[in-house]
Design a protein around this ligand. Structure first.
Ligand code: CA
Length: 271
């Protein structure tokens, strides 16, 4: 579970050496070059932009690019290259989030470091997984990781996920559950209710949960696998087509008023 997980290739989506995996990066290939220079700079500033992120990744190419994007998005970034330095940095810096590569040099890999951090810290953890490997993914989530990104990934997507997690973890409890307005659809988390043009629409429990999860991650393309993990639970061993079935129901019940896009080769994006 150690050296074999390391990857010598760059794990970045636009590096060109790894190629699209399972079609995940099939879209947007032509925009990739342009993204690298300007994407992070054009992101809107947010309240948590002063947040601190510790990155644990031994591949300096990946680490530097991740750091570049996070810094351009306004985060303070500390780079570390192995588990011992990573754990020390988390203790010393008390970061708002940790980006943790699974394939680390030495005897402690990302899984083990995740487990060790969870023994004393609730800091949100995003795993970088080298493969779209179900065992990696499930193990990572079981060990307490909050999310994962599969290499090759775009730095932009990673920044979006980091922001989504920080939004969730820093939302003041007193504010109460959110109300999301998407096109002519309103998703009320507190009342567990969906409205179309102000009129309640009857949704099955899982349909509502899926809609709410998509709404909470507005603007992010979510894979069927990630939707299954989040909405059905990662111990739910079912077919990814289950997601499609529920999406079809949502579209049928909420119609064109719901800005729910199919992202080819990935999954779905709301808003
Ligand atoms: Ca690595």
């Amino acid at each position: 579970m150690t050296a074999s997980r390391s990857t010598t290739n760059s794990g970045l989506a636009h590096a060109g050496t790894a190629g699209p995996r399972r079609g995940v990066r099939a879209q947007g290939g032509s925009a990739r070059g342009a993204d690298q220079g300007s994407a992070a700079a054009t992101m809107e500033p947010m309240a948590e932009d002063r947040s601190t992120v510790v990155v644990v990744e031994d591949d300096s190419n990946i680490a530097e690019l991740v750091a570049l994007y996070l810094r351009e998005a306004g985060f303070t970034v500390h780079l570390t290259g192995d588990a011992a330095a990573g754990e020390e940095a988390v203790r010393a810096r008390q970061p708002d989030l940790v980006v943790l590569d699974i394939g680390l040099p030495g005897t402690v890999d990302g899984f083990e470091l995740c487990r060790r951090l969870r023994a004393w810290s609730q800091v949100p953890i995003v795993l970088l997984t080298a493969r779209d490997d179900e065992i990696d993914r499930v193990l990572g989530l079981e060990l307490g990781a909050d999310d994962y990104v599969t290499k090759p990934f775009s730095p932009r997507e990673l920044v979006a996920r980091v922001r989504a997690i920080l939004r969730r973890s820093t939302a003041p409890a007193a504010e109460g559950p959110a109300v999301h307005v998407l096109g002519s659809v309103t998703v009320d988390a507190g009342r567990r209710e969906a409205l179309l043009d102000g009129q309640p629409v009857a949704l099955a429990t899982r349909e509502f949960a899926l809609l709410l999860h998509l709404a909470e991650n507005q603007g992010l393309a979510l894979s069927r696998r990630q939707l299954l993990d989040s909405v059905w639970g990662h111990d739910w061993y079912g077919d990814e087509r289950t997601v499609d079935v529920h999406v079809r129901q949502l579209r049928k019940k909420l119609g064109d008023g719901l800005p729910l896009a199919t992202v080819w080769g990935v999954g779905y994006r709301l808003g």
